[in-house]
Design a protein around this ligand. Structure first.
Ligand code: UDP
Length: 240
């Protein structure tokens, strides 16, 4: 891997990428594969913050759509992100990568609470810090959690590793003419309601001038390519 262009990154992984080819839950083989990519990135000297979603287990909106109280369902979603964080921690530590999980919902016997200065120290020591439970409040998503931690930890970039290879001007599954952007401005994303991250996450990145790189993490080796400036991706940034 060529030398990284960034010093500190925040990598957001959608929960669904942890299920590999399953329909639900966590595929340990696929998590191990993701962990290898994270380790390789860490080995180039990058400081890495990780945020993992929970959509492979539970999404608050889905619960609410079936009659649950939204806040209650969101608490369940946040707990799902903690499970994913622990699965990723396990996979990384099996590769010899030191990690810490910090959860926005306190869970003292399982992981640390979110403490920025402590997270700083972990990063300085080469540990990967996995931030769980999003922002710790219902009515948010882990995209917002990722944007918040990226700002708080002064990350150079927010990399969103997901199942699609970038941002399109229409839904590529529904419209074969849909075009992928190479770069796109934050305000275009917001005005046209493009499917990247939720609006609060995009606005937070815009206000703190943090570029968002959207790419497919399902493709092997893609994280390294994107970090080296290549790969198929969309960059959301100012004035694009
Ligand atoms: N969640 C929440 N507050 C947060 C982050 C997450 O309530 O700050 C809940 C919410 O119910 C969400 C679920 O956790 O649906 C899983 O997170 P998300 O949908 O962001 O996961 P992803 O789509 O990235 O897998």
């Amino acid at each position: 891997m060529s030398s990284p262009r960034y010093k500190r990154i925040l990598l957001k992984l959608s929960g669904e990428v942890l299920m590999g080819n399953q329909q639900f839950g966590i595929d340990p083989d696929f998590v191990a594969e993701l962990a290898r990519e994270v380790r390789d990135a860490r080995d180039t000297g990058l400081e890495i913050c990780l945020v993992i979603g929970g959509g492979n287990i539970f999404r608050g909106m889905a619960g609410a759509a079936r009659g649950m109280d939204r806040a209650q369902a969101d608490y369940m979603g946040m707990l799902a992100t903690v499970m994913n964080a622990l699965a990723m921690q396990n996979a990384l530590e099996q590769l010899g990568v030191h990690t810490r999980v910090q959860s926005a919902v306190q869970m003292d016997t399982v992981c640390e609470p979110v403490i920025r200065r402590r997270a700083e120290r972990h990063l300085e020591k080469g540990r990967v810090v996995i931030f769980a439970a999003g922002v710790g409040s219902p009515y948010f998503t882990t995209d917002s959690g990722a944007a918040l931690r990226a700002a708080e930890m002064k990350c150079d970039v927010l990399l969103k590793g997901t199942s699609v290879d970038g941002v399109y001007d229409a839904d590529p599954k529904a419209n074969s003419q849909a075009k992928r952007y190479e770069t796109v401005d934050y305000d275009t994303v917001l005005a046209e309601n493009l499917k990247v991250m939720d609006a609060s996450a995009v606005a937070l990145c815009r206000d703190n001038n943090i570029p968002i790189v959207v790419f497919s993490i399902r493709e092997k080796g893609n994280l390294a390519r994107v970090l080296a400036g290549g790969g198929v991706k969309t960059i959301v940034q100012k004035g694009a």
